[in-house]
Ligand binder design. Structure first.
Ligand code: NI
Length: 159
């Protein structure tokens, strides 16, 4: 297991469309393990493979039910709306208000090759949407309804 380097905005990897995983190889398992370690080390909510330079449809999310590993994730149902704060390990120091569904159901494959669905609300719903966006080269700053000003960020850090 290892801590991987997280690429930052400006790196073209973040703008690429990721390819689906067709076979769960030992290399994919190692990537999942390393992504878990990297996410924990960075104290983030989620991490997508392109953020560590791998153009595959893989993400990990730290949800209220623990770490969820998503291989080839797809959003299959959404409900409601939320406009809450979001950030990204690849866009450090920047925070924005995004427009996301309040509740999201994702279909994905786990590391054993089994298909499953997972439903998340609030932060978990934002995380699923955010990480799946990464797999299509989209950053939260592209569609944020408001990017916090430096003064607003200062206020935020006071809490
Ligand atoms: Ni991100």
């Amino acid at each position: 297991m290892a801590i991987l380097n997280i690429v930052k905005e400006g790196d073209e990897t973040l703008r690429k469309h990721c390819r689906p995983v067709t076979e769960i190889t030992p290399r994919i398992i190692r990537l999942l393990d390393d992504m878990r370690d990297t996410l924990a080390d960075a104290d983030g909510a989620g991490l997508a493979a392109p953020q560590v330079g791998i153009l595959r449809r893989i993400a990990v999310c730290d949800t209220e039910n623990g770490i969820v590993e998503l291989i080839n994730p797809e959003i299959v149902a959404t409900e409601g709306q939320q406009n809450e704060l979001e950030g990204c390990l690849s866009v450090p120091g920047v925070w924005g208000i995004t427009d996301r569904p309040a509740k999201v159901t994702v279909k994905a494959t786990d590391r054993y090759g089994k298909e499953f669905t997972v439903t998340g609300e609030e932060l978990d719903a934002r995380c699923f949407c955010h990480e799946i966006d990464h797999l299509d080269g989209v950053l939260f700053t592209d569609n944020a309804v408001h990017i916090l000003t430096p003064e607003e960020v200062k206020e935020l850090n006071k809490d």
